[in-house]
Design a protein around this ligand. Structure first.
Ligand SMILES: [Zn+2]
Length: 165
């Protein structure tokens, strides 16, 4: 599973724009920021709002286009073998408790269908190119919620924020 952060326009929460982007219905003329990403074609399997509401855009049996050029644990092209989850938020800013709880529930329910073994941020699979969800994402909080669930995740040098099983 690959975690991302997104908000449109950046820092604005609760609107329909992210849904519109992922369903190819965003009006590129509606905001100056949208003009800069005009024509952007991306998708994700899930979007978790600040409230914890979970929206699904792509079947987990299908590929979504969220990772781009990427590598994780020696495997390239993470789109081919990962579920993409977008958290409503701003790269580097904190996320809501409801979002961690929703993410934990999602990981648990997906685990019934797919052998989830790893969880990482976009920043970890495309370092230098991508920085989301960024330092505002609390890996320790997620790890606490996941409890006995053992997924391999990112480890920051020295701090062990999310240790490998
Ligand atoms: Zn991303």
């Amino acid at each position: 599973m690959v975690l991302h952060s997104i908000s449109l326009p950046p820092g604005c929460y609760g609107g329909p724009e992210v849904e519109q982007l992922f369903t190819n219905t965003l009006d590129w003329d509606a905001h100056p920021y949208f003009d800069g990403i005009r024509g952007l074609k991306v998708s994700a399997h899930f979007f978790i709002r600040r409230s914890g509401e979970v929206l699904q855009f792509v079947s987990t049996l299908d590929r979504a286009w969220h990772a781009g050029a990427s590598t994780w644990q020696g495997r390239d092209q993470c789109n081919d073998h990962s579920v993409g989850v977008e958290l409503e938020g701003l790269e580097g800013s904190p996320f809501e408790s409801a979002q961690y709880r929703a993410l934990n529930a999602l990981v648990r329910s997906l685990g019934c269908l797919h052998p989830l073994t790893d969880i990482a941020g976009h920043e970890h699979i495309a370092p230098g190119r991508k920085g989301d969800p960024g330092p505002g994402f609390d890996w320790a909080e997620l790890k606490n919620l996941m409890g006995e669930l053992s997924l391999r995740g990112p480890t920051a040098p020295g701090d062990g924020t999310f240790s490998a099983p």
